[in-house]
Design a protein around this ligand. Structure first.
Ligand SMILES: NC(=O)c1ccc[n+]([C@@H]2O[C@H](COP(=O)([O-])OP(=O)(O)OC[C@H]3O[C@@H](n4cnc5c(N)ncnc54)[C@H](O)[C@@H]3O)[C@@H](O)[C@H]2O)c1
Length: 388
């Protein structure tokens, strides 16, 4: 049984991973400063965190905290990060500092302490791909660049073949394709990958990179206005508010339940994998955002007031879903949770966690509006005049 450190271990994915590791007999330490955006102003140890998790309230960017956290550790899950795509587009320094510098300092500490490790697992993201993969009937596989703001402004949401201009079909995204990050968050995740891959090649650190798709489930912060679309939709449903669907609710995502993500995290611990290799962690299913909002309403037993808008956010992608061939073959990863069941699990938890619709931490009553206002202020949101 191993001593395991989870950076960001008091968060959504970290705490579920800790539960599963403890069930397997491992001992778990979390290094987490309980940032207010995720944990509320009180910054208290979350009630959901397993009592046997040793929580060190510290920052991954603090070398002393890192040194303390690394004592006797054999395995690290590096989850500490700021995670809001929209927010990353203007709070650039914070994102680079936490995600990139934090990862660099972790590797530096491992090197300077000459710390032997059995495994370092990095939580990366599907965001590193940018737009997902596409097919043109004539020109085959295409990896489109991001959509530019003026096309979006003209209502051209669709992705077209750069050669024949025909509309492309979205297909599952494979790990080996070129990366094309379209937001600051995405490029910090790519940089994290680069740093740990370098550490694998140069210092022989046994690294596994997991690219999570859109993760949902219980414990996903209900107060963070910048991330977790299912949490954001839930709050609106609960408050009886209208849900505005950007790009008419047509964007396609791969929503993977946290229990499947935890499954992949455990597999990454044991499997004999080539160092530095990347694996997609998705559900393998695709859903339009509008359908997700509808399904969440059904799961929560709340009427969904959906409004299709022609608003768009700069940096958003139209479609991205996981090709799981490599993960199945090398990691043995087979996701199990069906969306309807996973949404019911989330809704039951969220209902209990949000007393009478009030946010658990006493944050502002409608946090998603905060992101919208900020994006508008920085010219990172637009509305298209007409359809494509
Ligand atoms: N949730 C998703 O859909 C998703 C998708 C792709 C990738 N990821 C990645 O998975 C990881 C975990 O995400 P999550 O959804 O659990 O987010 P989360 O916000 O619930 O958890 C992140 C935790 O990191 C902590 N943290 C923030 N700054 C820190 C710092 N400087 N030092 C140490 N800890 C710090 C926070 O307090 C929080 O508890 C992140 O790296 C994220 O980029 C998440």
């Amino acid at each position: 049984m191993a001593k395991i450190l989870i950076t960001g271990g008091a968060g959504f994915i970290g705490s579920h991973t800790a539960d599963a590791l403890i069930r397997q007999g491992h001992s778990v330490r979390a290094l987490d400063p309980l940032i207010p955006q995720v944990h509320g102003k009180e910054r208290q140890r979350p009630a959901y965190l397993h009592p046997r998790v040793e929580l060190l309230e510290g920052d991954v960017r603090d070398p002393d905290a890192l040194k303390e956290a690394l004592k006797n550790v054999e395995v690290i899950y590096h989850f500490a990060a700021l995670t809001g795509v929209g927010q990353s587009m203007y709070d650039i320094r914070d994102y680079v500092d936490t995600n990139v510098t934090g990862t660099a300092l972790l590797i530096e500490a491992l090197l300077k302490e000459r710390h032997p490790l059995k495994r370092l697992v990095l939580a990366s993201s599907r965001a590193v791909y940018g737009e997902g993969s596409y097919e043109c009937g004539t020109h085959g596989r295409i990896y489109p660049q991001g959509r530019d703001q003026s096309s979006l402004g003209r209502g051209e949401f669709a992705i077209r073949c750069p050669i024949c201009r025909r509309e492309l079909r979205s297909v599952p995204t494979e790990e080996s394709r070129p990366l094309n990050p379209l937001s600051v968050y995405a490029w910090t995740k790519r940089e994290q990958e680069e740093i740990v891959r370098f550490a694998a090649d140069t210092y022989g650190i046994p690294v596994t990179i997991l690219r999570y798709f859109n993760v949902y489930g219980s414990r996903q912060s209900l107060t963070n206005p910048y991330t977790g679309i299912i949490s954001i939709f839930y709050r609106k449903l609960k408050a009886g508010l209208e849900i505005p669907l950007y790009e008419e609710g047509l964007p396609i995502r791969d929503f993977v339940h946290v229990s499947d993500v935890v499954g992949a995290n455990l597999l990454a611990l044991g499997a004999p994998l080539p160092w530095g290799r990347e694996y997609n962690v998705g559900s393998g299913e695709t859903h339009r955002i509008g359908d997700i909002a509808q399904a969440l309403g059904a799961a929560a037993g709340l009427p969904a007031k959906l409004t299709k808008t022609r608003d768009f956010r700069v940096g958003d992608v139209l479609a991205c879903s996981a090709d799981l061939s490599r993960s199945r073959e090398e990691l043995g990863y087979w996701p199990k949770m069906k969306l309807a069941h996973g949404l019911r699990e989330f809704a039951a938890w969220a209902d209990a966690a949000s007393t009478g619709g009030a946010p658990p931490s006493g944050e502002s009553s409608e946090p998603a509006e905060k992101e919208r206002e900020e994006l508008q202020r920085f010219g990172l949101m637009g509305t298209s005049a007409r359809g494509s």
